[in-house]
Design a protein around this ligand. Structure first.
Ligand code: MF3
Ligand code: CO
Ligand code: CO
Length: 259
């Protein structure tokens, strides 16, 4: 399918939804502490979205499997790569947590995720988080009209692998805005100068998932969603929603400039 070019009205709507997504992650900061359950964080995020007139795109979302997603956010701890289902798990000192939020505001979707450190985390965790943050930034640097999508994945994978990490290939970034997941698929591991060309008005996510061990994942049978590293190694992720502009790009979810 062709990649949609969004018009001014749509861009403004997606910008607002993206800003709300970013604000939700900011709001959660104060609640991420040892002892809080991921389910409690889910409720707080839901309340925040509701107060701002939005609903959650993840709740009831049907992926490829038979079980609809039961959370209003994804909460992915330690070896969970993504799609962690909020539950009774209590965060503990030393955990690393990813929260991914996708509000629907006036029909428009914004999508972003970031890492949180729970209490004091290991140097191994800090290093992984920092490199993953840098991977997203390197991907964003490749976003300008005329450049090819493969260069995003090339930049990310070259850097991550140079640091001794692996890049998850079973999940990708994606077009976003009018629907949750639109074309194109944005791979985080790719060959240089491959793929379609970026054009002004395209909106898509970049959301690298970087592992300390092997790249492969397995999905928990119990909930049909939670994707873990195959070897129990740590995984980190950051995500922004990106608009291609006439002369570069705008990271619509990068509101606070702190990740
Ligand atoms: N927000 C995720 C993404 O970045 C998708 C989550 S789908 C869910 O694409 F069903 F797991 F919530
Ligand atoms: Co996404
Ligand atoms: Co997301």
């Amino acid at each position: 399918m062709a990649i949609k070019i969004k018009n001014e009205k749509q861009i403004e709507g997606i910008r607002k939804s993206s800003q709300l997504a970013a604000a939700c992650l900011k709001h959660l900061e104060q609640f991420v502490k040892p002892g809080v359950t991921t389910k409690e964080l889910d409720t707080i995020a839901l309340e925040f979205m509701k107060e701002h007139g939005a609903t959650s795109a993840t709740f009831g979302y049907k992926g490829h499997g038979p079980i609809p997603f039961s959370g209003h956010i994804c909460t992915s701890v330690n070896d969970v790569i993504c799609h962690g289902v909020p539950n009774e798990y209590e965060l503990k000192d030393g955990d690393i947590l990813n929260v991914d939020v996708t509000p629907i505001l006036d029909g428009y979707f914004g999508d972003t995720c970031r890492m949180y450190e729970v209490g004091n985390v290991s140097q191994e965790s800090k290093d992984l988080i920092e490199v993953t943050r840098e991977c997203l930034q390197l991907g964003i640097k490749e976003c300008y009209p005329g450049n090819r999508f493969g260069n995003i994945g090339y930049a990310i994978s070259e850097y991550a692998e140079s640091k001794g990490y692996s890049v998850v290939y079973e999940f990708c970034g994606h077009g976003v805005g009018l629907q949750f997941h639109e074309d194109p698929e944005v791979s985080h591991i790719a060959r240089k100068n491959t793929g379609k060309r970026m054009r002004p008005g395209m909106i898509f996510t970049i959301e690298p998932m970087i592992n300390t061990g092997k790249a492969r994942m397995k999905v928990d049978k119990s909930d049909g969603w939670t994707a873990r590293t195959i070897d129990g190694g740590l995984s980190a992720q950051f995500e922004h929603t990106i608009l291609i502009t006439e002369d570069g790009c705008e990271a619509l979810t990068d509101v606070y400039g702190d990740f």
